[in-house]
Design a protein around this ligand. Structure first.
Ligand SMILES: Cc1cc2nc3c(=O)[nH]c(=O)nc-3n(C[C@H](O)[C@H](O)[C@H](O)COP(=O)(O)OP(=O)(O)OC[C@H]3O[C@@H](n4cnc5c(N)ncnc54)[C@H](O)[C@@H]3O)c2cc1C
Length: 308
């Protein structure tokens, strides 16, 4: 099913993002995670496309398992940096053959350790070119990324949002934001995007804080800002990881409640492959979820028949 239809039919739409495990880790660990996430009734789960290259092949396989073994709608992230047209064509054919209907079409980041990487050397320079390429020959539902604080490589925020309009016009069905921690930034971006004529659903991407070191690393990579109260919170709980996790969950609950009160079309939660985190946040928000599975090994995902 096209995710764009979900946003039309059942708002607010809950979705999760998972990432493939490291190459030496069996996929079964991720399937146990997905089984746990499935119990939280998401409308779809998206699978990231490894920035480092090694985990790229697993995205399509995982998205396919989510769709066919777990009975959930799935979306495969796809970055075009470093891919030739023929490689992208092959990936699209694979996705189509596996009946995956939804793609989050991205440019991708420069390869690790190459901050001055020249994107113009490859077949695709920007996400909008990938979107145009997909639209020419396929009927996928296409999502794309957007940046409430502007993309970090664009010198002017307003310019980044004008570039976003060009990208949407290339054939985007919906947008998912980069993580942010201050909802006022999102509301300002939303108003500006609507003012530019961007009419498609714009879904906030929410990443809970659960580990100070990890969140600082992520924020330093993507350029999202941290409000003062969050920095104070991280300092306060620096040596008490369990208290920080609790405070991070409370923060995410308050953030999501406020977004829902303000009529967002969906919530894309990035629980870092930690279903317990997602469960506690949704319980705090009051989102209808099934009771937690009793303690014990996760049921074998393979061969399960989807129950809903
Ligand atoms: C929700 C979400 C999911 C993500 N998932 C992944 C993932 O799975 N794997 C991964 O590797 N990365 C992922 N990323 C990160 C993403 O790949 C990076 O942020 C990347 O640097 C930009 O990708 P993009 O698709 O937004 O690029 P683009 O939309 O191409 O934008 C990139 C830059 O080019 C500029 N630009 C665009 N058009 C023009 C133009 N016409 N003229 C001049 N400048 C222009 C933009 O302003 C921006 O600065 C994700 C990001 C988000 C927000």
């Amino acid at each position: 099913m096209n995710i764009a239809d979900l946003y039309r039919e059942r708002r607010p739409v809950l979705s999760f993002e998972v990432f493939p495990p490291k190459p030496d880790t069996p996929l079964e660990s991720l399937y146990a995670t997905i089984e746990n996430l499935r119990e939280l009734n998401p409308s779809f789960i998206s699978v990231t496309y490894g920035a480092g290259g090694a985990q790229k092949g697993r995205t399509v396989e995982i998205a396919s398992r989510i769709r066919h073994d777990f009975g959930l709608e799935s979306m495969a992230h796809l970055t075009c940096v470093g891919h030739s047209r023929s490689e992208i064509r092959r990936i699209l054919e694979d996705l189509q053959a596996r009946r995956i209907d939804n793609i989050l079409a991205l440019r991708g980041d420069p390869p690790q350790g190459q901050p001055d990487f020249d994107f113009s050397g490859g077949d695709f320079t920007r996400a909008s070119e990938l979107i145009h390429f997909i639209r020419q020959s396929h009927s996928f539902c296409i999502g794309a990324a957007c940046y409430p604080e502007g993309h970090r490589a664009c010198p002017r925020i307003a310019q980044d949002w004008r570039n976003l309009k060009t990208k949407v016009d290339a054939g985007v069905d919906f947008l998912i934001t980069q993580l942010f921690f201050d909802n006022r930034i999102f509301y300002h971006f939303l108003e500006s995007a609507r003012g530019l004529g961007i009419a498609c659903p714009i879904i906030p991407g929410i990443m809970p804080i659960f580990n100070a070191r990890q969140i600082k690393r992520i924020v330093s990579l993507c350029g999202a800002s941290m409000p003062a109260d969050l920095l104070i919170m991280m300092d306060e709980y620096e040596d008490r990881p369990e208290d920080l996790r609790r405070a991070g969950i409370d923060y995410a609950v308050r953030q999501i409640r406020d977004l829902l009160d303000n009529g967002v079309e969906g919530i894309h939660l990035e629980p870092m492959n930690k279903p317990d985190l997602a469960r506690e946040i949704l319980a705090g928000v009051g989102w209808p979820i099934r009771p937690a599975r009793p303690p014990g090994p996760a049921p074998e995902a393979a061969g399960r028949s989807p129950s809903d």
